[in-house]
Design a protein around this ligand. Structure first.
Ligand SMILES: [Zn+2]
Length: 452
């Protein structure tokens, strides 16, 4: 697109464009230890130079940003993005699955959430389950330039087996019985799963989401694999043949193992990860999205709740007695504490971890992405620099774009952010959007409050 323009009106990508020169920053390049006194030069859509300040030679027309006291780092990647989830309410009573409104409304919500993610410093995103092919349209609208959003891999409907835990009756009858496609796609048998993989990848989805086992967040994990091994493998083969990826909601040990061995690219949640799983994940170069904030927030509300007085408004919608609710919550707590112990082991062993969670579901508003980072630092004991690697380099690799973005490297696309403060010491400085002073996506200015 040659018609794309920065907010300030300058054409992006033209060789005559002035260089943007970021001087005096602390640089976190997405990988190595931070370096101070570094200059990063952006020309058009590319990173042209990364050099010590002293080695930088000014040219007439350079736009120079003085970044003393600031951190320059790669744009981040949101790896579990439900584009049209979310409601503008009090959050707690928000409907759970983003199917409460007409497709047109949901599409606008998706566009809003996509721009919000960019304004939060996320220049990449990987879609999770969504309805009405909204993700494919969202990606196309972003590429066409009339919606602002991150580099994006479009998610699919969630492939489920008939009658399983997430095959809610209301998935089929939402929105006053209009015959729209919902959030899930029921498939059975090897042929059915192969067809599902072909249909969803053929509709333009870049990542086909499947439901591999129940649990996570507000539901206890059950150690099963929902599809048969053959169903799973038929889908993965069909999707890969179309050059697309597969992601699986896979909290149980059995499902993690089976998905990794079947070649699933992204494992969501992985609550019951263990040494055997770690080996399989490493062997098959899988990415894990721990997405633990939802569980933490759910337990924070559910445990002190007076279940005898009022049912929990954010339960999964199945009727349950107070005793059943309390038993379920105890089981969720046990799963969660297990994951808190096991996930750091997996990270240390070298499993590729990324950030992203079920934003847009109740108590998880879109845009509130940084408490997840804080959780990994404080509760899991992961170093801030490591969490930032998950959010940048690892995210780009999970998108299959590790050679083009994710690190501040000469020749890569200019996806970067300038942060007031030092997220390598305190990740929470990323939570205040006022601290994000510059956001470049593909060299285009998405935000600039430094005014160089
Ligand atoms: Zn999800």
């Amino acid at each position: 697109m040659s018609t794309r323009r920065d907010e300030d009106g300058s054409a992006a990508g033209s060789s005559s464009e002035a260089r943007r020169v970021f001087r005096g920053a602390q640089l976190f390049d997405g990988e190595s230890k931070a370096r101070t006194g570094t200059t990063v030069v952006v020309r058009g859509d590319k990173i042209e130079a990364v050099t010590p300040d002293a080695a930088y030679g000014a040219r007439p027309g350079d736009r120079v940003y003085d970044l003393a006291g600031k951190t320059l780092m790669p744009g981040m990647v949101q790896c579990h993005f439900h584009s049209h989830f979310g409601a503008f309410g009090d959050g707690v009573r928000a409907p759970a699955l983003g199917l409460e409104a007409a497709p047109a409304y949901l599409s606008m919500l998706a566009a809003y959430n996509a721009e919000l993610a960019v304004q939060c410093g996320f220049t990449g995103g990987i879609g999770s389950s969504n309805a009405h092919t909204i993700d494919v349209s969202l990606k196309e609208a972003i590429q066409a330039g009339f919606v602002k959003g991150p580099r994006y891999l479009a998610g699919s409907r969630e492939i489920v087996t008939t009658g399983e835990y997430s095959d809610y009756p209301n998935n089929r009858t939402f929105f006053m019985n209009l015959g729209c496609t919902g959030l899930t796609y029921e498939a059975d048998g090897v042929d059915g799963w192969r067809l599902a993989g072909r249909v969803e990848s053929g509709r333009g989805c870049d990542v086909v989401k499947i439901s591999a086992s129940p649990g996570h967040g507000s539901m206890p994990v059950r150690d099963i694999l929902c599809p048969t091994r053959d169903e799973l493998r038929a889908l993965v083969e069909a999707v890969h043949k179309n050059g697309k990826r597969v992601r699986a909601h896979a909290p149980s040990k059995t499902s993690i193992l089976e998905c990794a061995r079947a070649g699933v690219d992204i494992i969501d949640h992985a609550d019951r990860i263990d040494d055997e799983c770690i080996e399989a994940l490493l062997d098959h170069n899988c990415t894990v999205v721990p997405s633990m904030l939802w569980s933490e927030r759910f337990l924070g509300i559910a445990e002190p709740w007076d279940h005898d007085k009022t049912p929990l408004p954010i339960s999964e919608g199945f009727p349950e007695t107070p005793a059943e609710a309390r038993a379920k919550i105890r089981a969720v707590r046990e799963d969660y504490e297990y994951t808190c112990r096991a996930m750091p082991e997996a990270a240390r062993a070298g499993v590729r971890m990324v950030v992203g969670d079920d934003y847009g579901t109740p108590i998880m508003p879109h845009g509130d992405y940084i408490p997840e980072f804080e959780l990994y630092v404080k509760k899991l004991g992961i170093a801030p620099i490591e969490v930032l690697r998950w959010a940048t380099k690892n995210g780009a690799e999970a998108m299959g774009l590790g050679d083009r973005t994710g690190t501040i490297t000469v020749g890569k696309q200019a996806d970067l952010i300038v942060v007031d403060g030092d997220p390598l010491v305190d990740v929470t400085c990323l939570a205040n959007r006022d601290n994000l002073r510059v956001i470049l996506l593909d060299g285009r200015v998405m935000k600039d409050t430094l005014g160089a």
